[in-house]
Design a protein around this ligand. Structure first.
Ligand SMILES: Nc1nc2c(ncn2[C@@H]2O[C@H](COP(=O)(O)OP(=O)(O)OP(=O)(O)O)[C@@H](O)[C@H]2O)c(=O)[nH]1
Ligand SMILES: [Mg+2]
Length: 286
């Protein structure tokens, strides 16, 4: 059987997690329109008759600004060791520039094949796509370049075939039915965080983290942490309307994940400067 690990690298918000979900044929990573959605390394595992492809979804490349982003960038750097290939993701709606070159410099130096995915082509005219492909091709000695849309699925099957062809002969690293290495409580917490990111703006999404305190047969209890009292008021909303909306959006997905109906109990709490708190970051697995 062919099996191996492919690191997914790129700037924040280019669609790495959306693409990992598309390649795995199911949701393993949360997604949002805010940069820095992914904070830890996540394996998305796709197993077939003759293959096991482990996609290593990563935070976006960034200049660290605090202990949280430092940990995130350290995760990115460490994850390049012992991968069989890299999938470099670019956003074709944006100018391919210094940020992408910075990532490219790193991944083309690894000595493993680099497959470039030019993502979000659903938003571009063919002429413009061709232009962006040319610019992308100048980033480095790529093994292959694929225009894709992680959102519509366009080009994803071809990209997957390309990645499978790069895998070496290897063992089954994970049981056939396993889709991710993320523990269940963290998956649940992430789904709640995804909805909080979706519904908030500016500095608030970056200040949110979620911890599941209790994962019972009938009820899930989770704490939504923010850094300040005013962020807490935003998260709670008028008469509790915001936290209620977060719960309403997250519950069906959590029920789908756990395959049972649930009561979702969300509490919003202030934890000042949790992004600078090493113990908290460790507890969160970041
Ligand atoms: N139009 C379009 N939007 C996309 C596509 N792929 C992803 N997006 C959107 O791009 C945004 C970012 O997607 P993510 O998958 O969270 O991006 P990411 O690279 O994982 O971001 P970080 O984890 O923050 O580094 C979301 O709003 C997605 O819906 C695509 O193919 N087409
Ligand atoms: Mg992501």
């Amino acid at each position: 059987m062919k099996s191996g690990f492919v690191a997914v690298a790129g700037r924040p918000n280019v669609g790495k997690s959306t693409l990992v979900n598309a390649l795995c044929g199911g949701k393993v990573a949360i997604v949002s329109d805010k940069p820095q959605t992914t904070r830890r390394r996540i394996f998305g595992i796709d197993t077939g008759e003759e293959h096991q492809l482990v996609l290593v979804d990563l935070p976006g490349f960034q200049r660290p600004r605090d202990p949280l982003t430092e940990h995130m960038q350290r995760t990115v750097d460490a994850s390049f060791e012992e991968v069989d290939a890299v999938l470099l993701v670019l956003d074709c709606r944006e100018r391919i520039g210094s940020g992408d070159r910075f990532v490219a410099q790193r991944v083309f130096g690894l000595g493993v094949p680099v497959v470039v995915a030019l993502n979000k082509v659903d938003r571009l005219k063919p002429g413009h796509i061709a232009q962006q492909m040319q610019t992308a091709a100048e980033l480095g000695p790529f093994h292959a370049l694929h225009p894709v849309s992680a959102l519509t699925g366009d080009g994803v099957a071809e990209l997957k075939a390309e990645l499978l062809a790069l895998l070496p002969e290897g063992p089954l690293y994970f049981p056939v039915e396993q889709r991710t290495d993320v523990p269940l409580e963290v998956q649940v917490a992430e789904l709640v965080r995804e909805k909080a990111l979706q519904l908030t703006r500016e500095e608030v999404p970056h200040a949110v983290t979620v911890e599941v305190e209790e994962l019972g047969e009938k009820a899930v209890r989770a704490i939504v942490y923010v850094e300040t009292e005013s962020q807490k008021q935003i998260l709670i909303g008028k008469g509790g309307s915001m936290v209620k909306r977060i719960g309403t959006l997250a519950r069906p997905e959590i029920e789908h994940l756990l395959e049972r109906p649930l009561f979702l109990d969300l509490h919003v709490k202030v934890k000042p400067s949790w992004r600078r708190d090493e113990a908290m970051l460790e507890r969160l697995g970041i």
